[in-house]
Design a binder for this molecule. Structure first.
Ligand SMILES: [Zn+2]
Length: 335
């Protein structure tokens, strides 16, 4: 294939596929160069006992979606954002929050089945790419994306470039020990930041506040095992003091952790992303700023902004992964 032919093939492909693999649900869609999602679908990640059945089913679901946009010849590449994704090996490695254990070469499994280039990176890393392309980080050169959902972690951009980390597992801040005698974590340790700042962390904090006080709250009508972050966010929206206290404590804990990250990197901003931040971020942002600056070295106090992403829900996950797809080289597959 000569260079002109290669150029034509690579520039005439107007769409990419973005796939966001999360603990509970996986969302995927076809995206154009302006960030419009032309088609999308979702599955329950937990329905698949192994990654092979997951890949086969999603490929089947993609087929009619791709035909509607003119076939596989119009698809440049596929990007995957995944919890515990390694940016360099492009595998999911020993995910604490997935039922699939060990190392999973999801990108090469999709690539083998679909015949297009497929890249995989950490969900926090692709969130940073997506926020830079479509969201709150447009124009920023130094920032840290803080993703909070079932788990939590960070994506880092320095000098306008994604920081990949020496061995590809950058931003694993969720499993830094915060309290050596704290809550047990899904990773097997105790007292990790993620045990406090995550879906399960917020629920646990809310239950502890309810146990320690007599303050009336509609949250007391919900069985503890059925309590969700959605319930807590809804009650916080209505001014419930228990829900607001839980989110204040969560924000403050996160802010204190961010002091060290800001001191190390001196970013222009933190960008809060992920479902928990979408649901609860507006109630946490002041507490995050307080926590971030309370113990900050004077020369750096109040120098780092905190933005809440405006990209929401499933569409955010698809767009984030699509930003990785646009940066994926297809030459290896074409030649
Ligand atoms: Zn942990």
């Amino acid at each position: 294939m000569d260079e002109l032919e290669l150029h034509k093939m690579t520039t005439l492909r107007p769409y990419v596929i973005g796939l966001g693999l999360r603990e509970s649900t996986t969302v995927f869609g076809i995206v154009d160069a302006l960030g419009n999602i032309l088609a999308k679908d979702c599955v329950h990640t937990t329905d698949y006992p192994d990654p092979t059945s997951f890949v086969f089913d999603i490929c089947d679901r993609l087929q009619p979606m791709v035909e509607k946009v003119g076939g596989w010849g119009n698809i440049k590449a596929m990007g995957i954002g995944a919890a515990s994704g390694n940016n360099i090996t492009q595998r999911i490695e020993n995910a604490a929050n997935l039922s699939w254990k060990g190392n999973i070469s999801l990108a090469s499994m999709f690539q083998g089945r679909l015949g297009i280039a497929v890249s995989l990176a950490n969900d926090c890393t692709v969130a940073a790419m997506g926020e830079m392309a479509y969201g709150a980080a447009r124009g920023l050169k130094d920032f840290i994306c803080v993703l909070v959902n079932g788990g939590m972690g960070a994506g880092i951009v320095l000098n306008g470039l994604i920081f990949m980390g020496h061995k590809g597992r950058v931003g694993e801040v969720g499993h830094v020990t915060l309290y050596p005698d704290g809550r047990p974590c899904t990773c097997g340790k105790v007292g990790c930041l993620e045990s406090y700042v995550s879906r399960r962390g917020i629920v646990q904090t809310t239950l502890e506040i309810m146990q320690a006080t007599d303050t009336p709250s509609p949250l007391r009508d919900i069985a503890p095992k059925a309590l969700t972050v959605e319930d807590i966010a809804r009650c916080a929206d209505e001014g419930d003091p228990i829900a607001l206290q839980a989110l204040h404590e969560t924000g403050n804990t996160l802010g204190h952790a961010m002091t060290a990250w800001a001191s190390l990197v001196s970013p222009e901003a933190f960008v809060l992303v992920g479902e928990v931040n979408s649901l609860c971020g507006k109630h946490m942002i002041e507490s995050i700023l307080e926590g971030l600056n309370e113990n900050m070295f004077d020369a750096l106090k109040w120098s780092t902004k905190v933005y809440l992403s405006t990209l929401r829900g499933d569409e955010a996950s698809i767009l984030y992964a699509s930003a990785l797809a646009w940066q994926t080289k297809e030459y290896d597959i074409l030649l």
